[in-house]
Design a protein. Structure first.
Length: 278
């Protein structure tokens, strides 16, 4: 990305004066960045997600300046931070990106025990490598789980990790996608049936938040406005829905955590190379 005072600014400005332009974007992470559960209607068991939606805007901005654009998404569901800052980071650096989003640690935070300081240290080391390569970096905080039922117990961990992320960003000049502060995604209607992954509307909102974090204009000014209130159903219906969720989603998820297995163990990245965005 070209700085505003760069003598070649005219070549890199976008449709709005001073708007940053990136041409080589690589997304690193887990199921959140893979895009679960924002389905890609053209490919079975493939997801779109916030990073793909962000890439479309970045590609359009580059195209407006007659610049080529490439996008890779190396995120795979179930990956822990060591996978993200290890193999994924190594592959990303080889692509010489000018923007990297690195979102990791969420699966570590879900484990029975976690070294929060260790997570922050490994993430910061990855950021140092990326910044030294010349890439801009977009980090993302965890969500605020205060209204998340079963996951409310994770709020303390999420808060500490959020504070650590902002500290890392301040030290190294990174942008931060502040999921913790997003009001709209506290609504369960923004989440999939598993209540763990965002649905299409949720990912669309997050993509708008990413634009704002990068200093770009959101597509709509009301991108974080909460949905209109929904009439509450009968208590019996709520209990029945909760029991079904526990059986179908929560129990298998807990079993995988106990066994130390992941739903994405055999999966590969959906966009392993820098390619144009349709």
């Amino acid at each position: 990305m070209t700085e505003p005072n760069d003598p070649h600014l005219d070549q890199h400005q976008g449709p709005h004066v001073g708007m940053p332009i990136w041409t080589r974007y690589v997304a690193l992470g887990d199921s959140f960045t893979e895009g679960m559960v924002d389905p890609d209607e053209s490919v079975p068991d493939r997801f779109v997600g916030w990073a793909d939606r962000l890439a479309r805007v970045l590609a359009a901005n580059a195209a407006a300046e007659k610049l080529p654009f490439g996008y890779a998404n190396l995120a795979v569901r179930g990956r822990k931070l060591d996978d993200v800052v290890g193999p994924q980071l190594e592959r990303a650096l080889a692509m010489d990106p000018d923007l990297v989003s690195i979102v990791g640690g969420g699966n570590d935070l879900l484990r029975p025990s976690v070294d929060l300081d260790g997570l922050a240290q490994r993430l910061e080391e990855a950021v140092v490598h990326l910044r030294a390569s010349g890439a801009d970096v977009l980090l993302a905080t965890p969500t605020d789980t205060r209204d998340a039922g079963l996951f409310k117990a994770l709020r303390g961990r999420h808060a500490i990790h959020t504070a650590n992320l902002f500290t890392i960003a301040q030290r190294h000049g990174c942008s931060v996608l502040n999921l913790w502060g997003m009001a709209s995604i506290r609504d369960w209607r923004m989440w999939g049936e598993d209540r763990i992954h965002l649905n299409t509307e949720g990912h669309t909102r997050v993509a708008q938040a990413a634009l704002v974090a990068l200093g770009l204009r959101p597509s709509t000014p009301d991108w974080d406005n909460p949905l209109p209130p929904m009439a509450r159903g009968a208590r019996a219906d709520e209990l029945r829905e909760h029991a079904e969720w526990v059986k179908v989603h929560a129990a298998p998820w807990v079993q995988r955590r106990v066994r130390g297995t992941s739903s994405g163990e055999a999966l590969q990245a959906k966009r392993p190379n820098l390619t144009p965005v349709d």
